[in-house]
Design a protein around this ligand. Sequence first.
Ligand SMILES: C[S@@+](CC[C@H](N)C(=O)[O-])C[C@H]1O[C@@H](n2cnc3c(N)ncnc32)[C@H](O)[C@@H]1O
Length: 247
Amino acid sequence: MEHRTDAVFKKPSIFREGMREYAESCSSPVSAELREIEEETTRLAPEWADISTSPVQATFLQTLIRTAGMNRVLEVGTFTGHGTIAMASALPDDGEIVTIDNYVADKRTQEIADRAFARSPHQHKITTVLDDALSALQSVEGDFDLIFMDADKPNYIKYFESILARDLLRPRGLLVVDNTMWGGEVLHLRDLPPAEEAKTGEEWVERMFANWAHDVVKFNRHIAEDPRVRTALLTVHDGMTLVQLAS
Ligand SMILES: C[S@@+](CC[C@H](N)C(=O)[O-])C[C@H]1O[C@@H](n2cnc3c(N)ncnc32)[C@H](O)[C@@H]1O
């Protein structure tokens, strides 16, 4: 993915105006550590800040981990480490989170994550994998209690199939897939030319939204019709789908 500094990557909200903020105001505040990552992301990589997990999502993931007493987590798509630190802090002291990113889009976001991990009291629980997710999913050792899938949408089906083929999710474990409502674009599919050929940053962003919506729709259908899993698409933030092995 090419990094375009002249465009802001911001999807529309799937809610009516003010609802995200209302949900946040009625949820427990996140830690100072998470607020610091959010602040650095907004200040140092403003074009990409919207793709970070939100505070409510962070608290939601922490709740899942604590409720089920989870110990091992895999994150596909680290970005600036907001979700990683949120989940790491919910794990017990001997817990582990393995987080994968190739950082092809923007090296600044890797620097923010690296700094966040280096200063974190949960650093000892975090293992970073700097690799393309498809290749990393062939080498990481399972199994995991929670897998948070949050990288490039065109590869979602391949990630899902790799996770199942390699038994990376333990029985009764949870796969959580982010952005499955894709800013509401899933309801209004548009056929635009490939984003790579766009002339401006704005055009590139517009085409990305439109093109990836097709991938998200294909993925949603793929898992909803797969008898190997049970799925629930929750309208949390930008859509978060919970997936469990059916057996
Ligand atoms: C939506 S962000 C992840 C947000 C993060 N989970 C959080 O909690 O803030 C997506 C990340 O996936 C990474 N990514 C995209 N395609 C990838 C690929 N093929 N392999 C590895 N990482 C990828 C991007 O570099 C980006 O940092």
